[in-house]
Design a binder for this molecule. Structure first.
Ligand SMILES: [Fe+2]
Length: 91
């Protein structure tokens, strides 16, 4: 069995799966803080929520950087998606 198959057999997450889960959590956090910011009257607190939302985008970048290193297929498909959209939009 490959290492990945062993981990899946043992119900252990692969590094790629852990990173995808982390990215999902960071993206959810961005939406949460933006939503909270939109509901808050206090300008100072709203700015704090929006600043934290921005920091979560940095965290997405950190985890995405790692994911693209451990999942070359994802790196290829990310670029393919970028090219396809550019083609559709005529960019
Ligand atoms: Fe975060």
């Amino acid at each position: 069995m490959t290492q990945k198959q062993v981990e899946q057999h043992e119900h252990k997450m692969t590094v790629a799966q852990a990173l995808r889960t982390a990215i999902i959590a960071e993206l959810e956090a961005i939406n949460l803080y933006e939503e909270l910011a939109s509901q808050i009257e206090d300008e100072g607190i709203r700015r704090v929520f929006l600043d934290i939302a921005r920091e979560e985008k940095t965290h997405v970048g950190e985890f995405l950087h790692l994911l693209l290193q451990v999942d070359p297929e994802q790196a290829r498909e990310l670029e393919r998606g970028r090219q396809e959209v550019k083609e559709i939009l005529g960019e």
